[in-house]
Design a protein around this ligand. Structure first.
Ligand code: ADP
Length: 244
C-alpha cells in the first residue's frame, strides 16, 4: 500500500556480530504518522536495529523508508534520505548558542562571521524548529547551559531543520524530570503529524501515556506488537519483560 511505502518497512532484518545474531530476522512496519515505541530488556537488539537502519552496522534483509532501500547505503546518504537519529547522550555544540546549533544543522550558518553575529532574520525552517522544541526564547543561550531536557529537544530540533521525515530517538526521556517528560511526549505527538517517529524507550509510565503502538523485542527477535494494553496483556511479554 502507499502507507507502507511512505513509512518504515523492515523485513527479515539480521545483524550478526562474530556469529552472534544481535538482530535475528525482524519484520516491522511503521506507518507514517505513527509514534512507534520499541521496548525490550537490555541486549534485546533495539539499538542494533536502529544502527542497522541508520547505516552504522552491516545488516541483511531489507529496511526501506518511503520505498527507498536503506541497507547497504552510507550513513550520510541515509541522512539525506530524511532519516534522523538521536543518541542517549545529546550531541550538541555546547559552546554555541541554540540558534547557532540549529544554523549549523540546517547548513545556514555560513562561516564563522555569520555564526558569531546575532542574526536579524532567522530562516523560516530554523524559526519553526525553535518554536516546536520550545526554545525560541532561549535562542541566544549557550547550549552548554541548557537543562538536560532542553538539550534533548535541541538535538531533535537539529533533525527537524535537516527536514528529517523519520525520527529515530534513543531513550529521549532518560534523566528527564516529570514535566520535561510530559513536554517531550507532547512534542512527539506534534512531530508525528508530518513525520514517522520511532522511539526506543524503557520508561513504562511514559509508554502508557504516549505510545500509540509498541514493538517488543527479545533476544534479537520481535516478541510482540500492538497497543500498550495489548502487549502488556501478552503472556510472552509478561514472562520476559514485565514479569520482574
Ligand atoms: P539493546 O539496545 O536492546 O539493549 P543492543 O542492540 O545494544 O541491545 O545489543 C544486542 C546484543 O548485541 C547484545 O547482546 C550486545 O552485547 C550485542 N552487541 C551490540 N553491539 C555489538 C558489537 N558491536 N559487537 C558485538 N556484539 C554487540
Amino acid at each position: 500500500s502507499t502507507e507502507s511505502a511512505a513509512g518504515l518497512r523492515i523485513r527479515d532484518l539480521r545483524v550478526v556480530f562474530d556469529g552472534f545474531a544481535a538482530v535475528d530476522g525482524v519484520d516491522i512496519d511503521v506507518p507514517p504518522g505513527d509514534v512507534r515505541f520499541i521496548i525490550g530488556p537490555n541486549g534485546a537488539g533495539k539499538t542494533t536495529l536502529v544502527d542497522a537502519v541508520t547505516g552504522l552496522v552491516k545488516a541483511s534483509g531489507s529496511a526501506s523508508f518511503g520505498g527507498q532501500e536503506l541497507l547497504g547505503r552510507k550513513v550520510h546518504h541515509i541522512n539525506r534520505l530524511g532519516i534522523g537519529r538521536t543518541f542517549q547522550t545529546a550531541t550538541v555544540f555546547e559552546e554555541l548558542t541554540v540558534l547557532q546549533n540549529l544554523d549549523i544543522a540546517a547548513g545556514t550558518g555560513r562561516g564563522p562571521l555569520t555564526m558569531l553575529r546575532r542574526r536579524k532574520s532567522v530562516p523560516e525552517g530554523v524559526a519553526q524548529a525553535m518554536e516546536a522544541i520550545g526554545l525560541a526564547t532561549a535562542r541566544n543561550k549557550l547550549a552548554g547551559t541548557l537543562a538536560h531536557g532542553q538539550k534533548q529537544w535541541l538535538e531533535i530540533g537539529m533533525l527537524l531543520v535537516q527536514d528529517a521525515k523519520l525520527l529515530l530517538l534513543d531513550e529521549p526521556v532518560a534523566g528527564m524530570s516529570h514535566d520535561e517528560r510530559e513536554t517531550t511526549g507532547e512534542l512527539l505527538g506534534l512531530l508525528s503529524k508530518e513525520r514517522t517517529v520511532v522511539v526506543i524507550e524503557h520508561d513504562m509510565d511514559f509508554l502508557r501515556r504516549f505510545a500509540r503502538t509498541v514493538t517488543v523485542m527479545h533476544a534479537g527477535r520481535k516478541l510482540s506488537e500492538g497497543s500498550v494494553a495489548q502487549v502488556q496483556a501478552d503472556p510472552k511479554v509478561q514472562e520476559v519483560y514485565l514479569g520482574h
